[in-house]
Design a protein around this ligand. Structure first.
Ligand code: ADP
Length: 533
């Protein structure tokens, strides 16, 4: 029999239980110290009622000879006195009494000798237990007690040997037990640290192992769920059916994979056969357990969906300026632009569309590089007011064209942030350019740099008196390609500028975008960035 690759909880539990039981039974075994110093088979004194019986039983046969002779003599004397009608002679009576006394003395001496010998043996054993457990000293014994002592000694040594062996085994078992327990706790910690739900079922489709993540997803407590049919624990019939099919399939079959929807989450399911009792023929019809691992791929799927939506949207948005370039170029080629003025108009349209296309491609590339984490970031101490001033200077001609008053309120250059200078410049310029684009002629655009020293941040705010943004559109303002329908006529755009700003501020600089707007009154776009310590 081969060991299963993962020893499941229940199996480990059984192993530990067996070892614990063995260790307990060993603890109950007699220990050297448990043997009484005064043993019941070596009494200090004999009970009164048993003295005569024991003396007779333990006395050597020859000690009984005088008593037997006295008894026979007495019997003969009594019988012959009865026949003759005379009394037992005094001499005979004295002789019989003397024999009884001699016999009694012999018995008493024999019993005494025995008692002394037993006492010596008891003391020898007691000395060994108390003083030197390894040495059994021979007590002074008369020759007739030597065989008894030798037999006893041998027996004691045998018991000692057995106890030593048992103690050694107990020690080994205790070691094995703590090792098994440690292994179990390690395995438990490893399995519970797997962030993906993991289940293991046996040949009867019962749960034999589950980790903490599985408990959360399926809403059961592993301890109570062990050995329960999986169908009683998992409400998703699809999953139960798949587990059953995987269990019924040939154990040599490769892993089974499937995607599974549980509630609002999507999981990638991997089911592998688990041979708990592997037989010589692994494909035996006895069946096998199943290891089920679920990976939450909801986020991945959402990202993939968003990516493909982005690609579709980008393709669509790119097609607009491209179609315009193609159409006007064709008209020019076909000679449809008769006069120079029309030609110049067509050229300008082509140029504007090409610029837009270029801007779009740049923005798409910048955003996807930031999102993919492949953009090169060059962070350095940057004086916020300096960057803002630069952007304001660049936007000023555009504002003047529309007769928009552009003002700035800056802070001392001492307020610095750790940032990629070009990226922050790009972000501020995008906000400024939008403010000018979506503010009617004669309006006002105000840029303010506001330090918040109490929470070590600095805010850059761009406030305009423009068209504003409808309240329902505000949550979508930073989405890719989103453009406010009502403002489309005011300016051409890609719908990517604000998303790029948000990525620069939040993803790269750990800042926060803010937005407040009132339709018809204007908008305030802001970015809050952490100040340098
Ligand atoms: P673009 O300006 O190229 O369309 P943006 O991502 O910069 O792309 O802006 C997205 C949309 O947000 C714009 O189309 C516009 O409708 C709206 N918007 C941005 N800034 C302002 C603003 N200051 N005032 C009003 N609307 C704005």
């Amino acid at each position: 029999m081969t060991q299963s690759p993962i020893a499941p909880w229940s199996q480990l539990d059984e192993e530990v239980e067996v070892r614990e039981a063995a260790a307990t039974s060993l603890k109950e075994c007699p220990q050297v110290d448990d043997f009484p110093s005064s043993s019941p088979w070596l009494p200090d004194s004999l009970p009164d009622g048993a003295i005569a019986r024991r003396i007779l039983a333990a006395a050597p046969w020859w000690t009984l000879v005088p008593l037997a002779v006295a008894a026979v003599w007495l019997a003969i004397d009594v019988i012959s006195a009865g026949i003759k009608g005379t009394d037992v002679s005094t001499a005979h009576a004295v002789g019989i009494l003397a024999l009884i006394l001699v016999g009694g003395s012999l018995l008493f001496a024999s019993r005494n000798a025995q008692h002394t010998a037993l006492g010596s043996i008891r003391r020898a054993i007691s000395r060994k237990t108390k003083r030197d457990p390894t040495f059994l000293e021979d007590p002074p014994l008369s020759p007739e007690f030597q065989p008894i002592w030798q037999a006893l000694k041998k027996h004691t040594e045998n018991i000692e040997h057995r106890v030593a062996t048992v103690l050694e085994q107990q020690q080994q078992l205790n070691l094995d037990l703590s090792l098994a327990d440690k292994q179990r706790r390690n395995a438990e910690a490893i399995i519970n640290s797997i962030p993906h739900p993991l289940l293991v079922t046996n040949v009867f489709d019962q749960l034999i192992l589950a980790n903490a993540a599985a408990e959360t997803v399926f809403g059961f407590k592993c301890k109570e769920a062990l050995r329960q049919p999986i169908a009683d624990l998992i409400s998703d019939e699809n999953l139960v059916r798949m587990i059953r099919q995987a269990r019924e399939a040939d154990s040599r079959a490769a892993q089974r994979r499937a995607d599974l929807q549980i509630g609002s989450r999507t999981y990638a399911l991997t089911m592998s056969p688990l041979l708990l009792e592997r037989t010589a023929d692994a494909s035996s019809s006895e069946g096998h357990g199943v290891v089920i691992l679920l990976r939450d791929i909801t986020q991945k799927q959402d990202a993939a969906k968003m990516k493909s939506e982005f690609v579709a949207r980008a393709a669509h948005e790119l097609r607009t300026p491209l179609s315009s370039i193609r159409a006007y170029a064709e008209m020019l080629v076909d000679g449809e632009a008769g006069d120079e003025k029309t030609k110049a108009e067509y050229y300008e349209i082509i140029q504007t569309s090409a610029d837009r296309l270029g801007r779009m491609i740049d923005n798409i590339l910048n955003i996807s590089r930031i999102e993919a984490g492949t953009v090169r970031i060059n962070k350095e101490p940057v004086a916020v007011s300096m960057v803002v001033k630069e952007a304001v200077d660049v936007a000023r001609p555009q504002a003047e064209e529309k007769d928009i008053t552009l003002t700035e309120e800056l802070t001392p250059v001492a307020f610095r942030i750790m940032a990629d200078r070009d990226m922050i410049y790009q972000a501020v310029l995008n906000l400024l350019s939008n403010a000018v684009k979506y503010t009617p002629e004669g309006g006002k655009v105000e840029v303010r740099v506001i330090p918040h020293e109490e929470n070590r941040t600095i805010a850059i705010e761009v406030k305009d008196t423009g068209v504003g943004i409808p309240v329902e559109d505000i949550p979508k303002m930073f989405e890719k390609f989103f453009r406010v329908e009502a403002n489309k006529k005011m300016a051409k755009g890609t719908g990517l500028g604000l998303n790029l700003v948000k990525n620069i501020v939040e993803t790269i600089h750990e800042g926060k975008m803010t937005l407040a707007s009132d339709v018809g009154k204007g908008s305030t776009f802001g970015m809050v960035l952490p100040l340098m310590s």
